[in-house]
Design a protein around this ligand. Sequence first.
Ligand SMILES: NC(=O)c1ccc[n+]([C@@H]2O[C@H](COP(=O)([O-])OP(=O)(O)OC[C@H]3O[C@@H](n4cnc5c(N)ncnc54)[C@H](O)[C@@H]3O)[C@@H](O)[C@H]2O)c1
Length: 321
Amino acid sequence: MADKKSKQVGIVGSGLIGHSFAMLYAAAGYRVRIYDIKPEQVQHALSIIKDQLEHQSENGLLRGKLTVKEQMELIIGTNDLAECVKDAFFIQECVHEELQLKREVHAKIDTLIKEDTIISSSASALVPSLISENLTHKKRFIVCHPTNPPFYAPLVEVIPAPWTDPEVVVKTKELLTEIGQVPVIVKKEIDGFVLNRIQYSIIGECWRLYEDGVMSVEDIDKVMSEGLGRRYAFMGPLETAYLNADGMYSYGNRYAEMIYRVQSSFGPPRKMDGPILEKIHNEIASRIPLDKLHERRKWRDVRLASLQKLKNELDEKTESK
Ligand SMILES: NC(=O)c1ccc[n+]([C@@H]2O[C@H](COP(=O)([O-])OP(=O)(O)OC[C@H]3O[C@@H](n4cnc5c(N)ncnc54)[C@H](O)[C@@H]3O)[C@@H](O)[C@H]2O)c1
């Protein structure tokens, strides 16, 4: 642990994803400097981190072996970008999803870092080559796109640019695994990466089914939470298909034509706006008013954390057999 404490991670941008990454690295024992363009936002992030760590501690959800106090001591806020990044071996940029802003922030970071620092962006859809093409250290640049909430949904999409040094991909993957996240590699740049492409195809079909009067919002959500999602929490759609028949050939033989017929009826994408947006909003808001979002997020996080505990226990049982 002493070794890790001497290694610094720099977090640039202290909003939702920034403070989440700060917690993940501190829970694993790394020293963290967190910076934001707005000094008051850094203070706000530190107080949210403290609240969340206390909530985790009270509910037996704290990660790693360090106490709340020890984790808090590892996270230091700063209003100076240089202080945040100059001694860091790994930087996670978490500013808003705007190409120009990300380019400007990375141009500054580029002048401040050591040669062997890895510079990562949390970008959700901006491909790494667009953000990094003009950087001196572009071989050290990579995108690490987390899933929200990063603490309870550990998947991180790791996307190298065409010029990213392969060693950076390997080291980033190792680091994310070490802090308890689950990295997957996106082998070539694609708009939306993989998680959002799959997510958007699901949202798109839910939208269409509601707009076409096939099902209510509440029931559409149940199709996932009480149906598909139950399996998907443990295995992906491809393995699900494999198990639903007797392997992939058998699945194809049985269902390929039906799937193709149904997929052919999907039609072009629809824009998520107008009266349908209002109707869907109102249907959900009647159950979860906007002023209760914070409580509902806590409700979600407790369930996601419990699922994680269950998965760990099941994995331990399987390994010990
Ligand atoms: N929110 C999500 O669910 C989610 C999930 C995965 C990835 N992401 C990605 O993570 C990134 C951050 O998203 P977020 O939800 O944390 O946003 P956010 O709005 O919560 O936080 C962004 C922060 O960046 C700060 N900032 C703006 N300009 C800055 C600058 N020049 N230097 C330093 N800080 C600056 C802002 O003050 C703010 O605190 C985005 O690229 C987003 O697409 C978000």
